[in-house]
Design a binder for this molecule. Structure first.
Ligand code: ADE
Length: 325
């Protein structure tokens, strides 16, 4: 049996079924789910996806929302450029309609070649090839191929004439379950007998990890100012890390006398590691605020928790809140 047919038969019995974005052909919902699923696991995405479709049941509702509201609902999913691009794309789609081919879908902000293909497959049944991290691992191992260009050509050659939706889901599912990076379950794999990596004992080497340099570390100080059960947050400029999200104000320079040091928080980004040193200040220390262009707001804990916050701000609020609530 051909590769695609093996995968399709396997998906029917052993793949993932009943995910909330399956069983619809609505391009809006499929696009939303595929963007959320970039770099993020299914289990994490499910509650976010459900909140989004409840709050924004169609692309018009998402387009009419403010960026702040969209980022607030995105808060905790990470990679916030995705949330900002989602909102921009919603405004384009609301004006121009949803693009109808993988090629045109790939023009939307935040949608690359593989994501566009997945959307075109699930929404329209287009025969388009995906090559996300999971699909890449499956194909690299099964065929012993490493270079991206070759993998794309292979991915396109393998597409079945019928059943493109289930085949695409199968690649995703096999990569996410049996064909995992560190602990693959080859004994249960539907294509183990033809697998080149298995035959050559190269499963652990394929696909070769991208070369990683040691990530640089950056240090920042955060000012924690409190007043009557509220905390002072600042909205970051729309470019740069956490653009548009609410954060504790940053302090440049020396900590003021009387500031209390709280335990640092470490946060990993793709290109660097951030060590955050929070400083608790007495109220009346507002002069330390670097009063620049950014909006600031005193928020109660409840207001802050509903706002667009990056994970470390949530972590710190959680620590501060113990004992308050
Ligand atoms: N990862 C990317 N897209 C996915 C999908 N539609 N279902 C499950 N995992 C995925």
């Amino acid at each position: 049996m051909a590769f695609a047919q093996q995968l399709i038969a396997w998906q029917r019995r052993h793949g993932r079924h009943g995910l909330p974005w399956q069983g619809t052909r609505d391009p809006y919902r499929i696009w939303l789910s595929e963007v959320m699923l970039q770099q993020t696991q299914v289990a994490t995405v499910i509650p976010y996806y459900q909140r989004f479709v409840r709050r924004f049941p169609d692309v018009g509702a998402l387009a009419r929302a403010s960026e702040d509201d969209v980022l607030a609902l995105w808060s905790g999913l990470g990679y916030y450029a995705r949330g900002r691009n989602l909102h921009r794309a919603a405004r384009l789609i609301a004006e121009q309609g949803f693009p109808r081919t993988a090629l045109d879908i790939a023009e939307l902000p935040g949608v690359g070649r593989s994501t566009a293909a997945a959307i075109a497959v699930f929404a329209y049944g287009e025969r388009a090839a995906i090559l996300d991290g999971n699909a890449k691992r499956v194909l690299a191992r099964a065929f012993g191929v490493e270079r991206d260009e070759k993998l794309w050509a292979l991915a396109e050659r393998l597409l079945p004439k019928r059943g493109i939706e289930r085949y695409t889901q199968a690649l995703m599912d096999l990569g996410a379950t049996l064909c995992s990076r560190l602990a693959p379950s080859c004994e249960r794999c539907p294509v183990v007998r033809a697998c080149v990596a298995r035959r050559d004992e190269r499963v652990a080497e394929l696909p070769a990890p991208r070369k990683r340099r040691a990530l640089p570390q950056k240090d920042v100080q955060w000012l924690v100012l409190r007043r009557n059960g509220a905390v002072l947050l600042e909205r970051r400029p729309s470019s740069g890390i956490w653009g548009g999200l609410w954060c504790f104000p940053e302090l440049t320079g020396r900590a003021p006398a009387g500031a209390k040091r709280l335990s640092p928080i470490e946060h990993g980004f793709t290109h660097f590691r951030l060590r955050i040193r929070p400083l608790l200040l007495k109220s009346g220390s507002e002069p330390y605020l670097n009063r620049a262009r950014t909006p600031i707001s005193w928020m109660t804990f409840a207001q802050a928790e509903a706002a667009a916050l990056p994970a470390p701000v949530r972590t710190l609020l959680g620590r501060l809140g113990e004992g308050v609530r």
